[in-house]
Design a binder for this molecule. Structure first.
Ligand code: FDP
Ligand code: ZN
Length: 385
């Protein structure tokens, strides 16, 4: 493939620079965040302050700085549980634990591939939907297929890149569906992208079942860090890929609040045809909500779990039809959102996305996900429910 020589070059670069890289997240005794140091010690570390402003008369508020950003509320802990510690306690089914570990191993490989490959158009275009396939899409998809085929517990699999169910192991137990690398239109910008995985037991399979039938789901976000949301028995846990590619539990039993001050209005084209959506977007602006929208489903919905609030709306209209896939995107994310106390709407009836019957591997749907009261308002204003 055309990207291979470049990849080798970049690999050398990464190896050369990796000795200088010391992840700050460690299993035991994480170092305190820089911002938690008292101002005096920060000054001592970096030298004396010469001046903080040019005009001593000017007060900081005099600049009219706005305080509209929401920062993390996470506090550094002395130690973090490992992936195995959490799974052993919070997932009672050993088969589900195994497939979860296998999927997260694949995510580590995708992380490494994203670090060293340039984003270019794939040599061969195999998308049956006419989507442009990138080299990194193909690499991520191959990693997922390798994981599925090597697994003793996976029975059949389907990928967004090749949406037919393929039997990988007749003695396996799970049907898994993945979008290997969501965010094709933003990955060249070097913005965050992700992998979404829905997992069903052979008792229900995926076709004819619903998102509610999933035994677990996983969403991985590749940003400055690689993090993953996993639906465990008692709630949603976030794992961070830390030192030595070991996953540690960075957030436990995440809760999405009922109200939000952040909004992510996808498919804004729809406002031209849908007065309800137009009014809802105006409402969010009038209420001075903060816009956080990247155009990548994974970061746009993942933020609900880190900010503990949010609303992602993707309604559709005749001229802007549905794009999001039920099996690969909406079902896995909806299981996580609802397990964290959030709500989902199928964008048609106003019912939960987890009740959409999956009749085709590539079935699409409008959707709204996030803070419960915000999804209720979407149902009222856009769907009249
Ligand atoms: P992409 O175009 O990168 O495939 O899965 C579809 C998706 O990404 C979502 O990640 C994203 O929310 C949506 O498309 C964005 O659609 P628009 O480019 O039409 O805004
Ligand atoms: Zn996608």
């Amino acid at each position: 493939m055309a990207f291979l020589p470049v990849r080798s070059l970049l690999l050398i670069g990464v190896i050369a620079s990796s000795s200088a890289f010391v992840p700050s997240v460690s299993l035991r005794g994480a170092s305190p965040a820089r911002s938690s140091l008292p101002a005096a010690s920060r000054v001592a570390r970096h030298g004396a302050v010469v001046a903080t402003k040019m005009n001593t008369e000017t007060k900081p508020e005099g600049f009219g700085a706005s305080h509209t950003s929401f920062y993390t509320s996470a506090k550094a802990k002395d130690s973090y549980a490992t992936l195995d510690e959490v799974l052993n306690q919070k997932m009672k089914d050993e088969g589900v634990r195994q497939v979860t570990r296998e999927m997260l191993d694949a995510a580590v490989k995708i992380t490494e591939a994203l670090r060293v490959n340039l984003v270019t158009v794939a040599d061969a275009q195999n998308s049956v939907f006419g989507d442009v396939q990138l080299g990194v899409d193909v690499i991520a998809d191959n990693i997922m297929w390798d994981a599925a085929k090597a697994s003793k517990v996976v029975k059949e699999a389907a990928s967004e890149e090749e949406p037919v169910l393929v039997e990988t192991n007749p003695n396996g137990r799970f049907t898994i569906c993945w979008d290997p690398l969501d965010g094709s239109s933003i990955v060249d910008n070097n913005w965050a992208v992700g992998t979404m995985i829905g997992i069903w037991d052979k008792k229900t399979g995926m076709l004819g079942a619903t998102g509610r039938d999933q035994v677990t789901s996983i969403v991985v976000l590749y940003g400055p860090r690689t993090t993953a949301l996993v639906a465990c028995d008692d709630g949603v846990y976030e794992f961070t890929c830390g030192a030595g590619n070991k996953w540690i539990a960075s957030r436990e039993k995440i809760q999405i609040k009922k109200d939000s001050k952040i909004f992510s209005p996808a498919n804004l084209r729809c406002c031209q045809e849908d007065a309800g959506y137009d009014a809802l977007v105006k409402h969010w602006m009038e209420k001075r909500y903060t816009l956080r929208y990247s155009g990548g489903l994974v970061p746009d919905v993942y933020q609900h779990f880190t900010k503990e609030m949010g609303v992602f709306a993707n309604p559709t209209s005749p001229k802007s039809p549905a794009k999001l896939r039920v099996a690969f995107e909406i079902a896995p994310f909806s299981l996580l959102v609802e397990k964290a106390g959030g709500k989902t709407s199928d964008g048609v009836t106003g019912n939960s996305c987890l009740d959409i019957k999956i009749e085709a591997v590539d079935q699409r749907t409008p959707a709204c996900l996030g803070s419960a009261n915000e999804v209720d308002l979407f149902n009222k204003m856009v769907l009249g429910k």
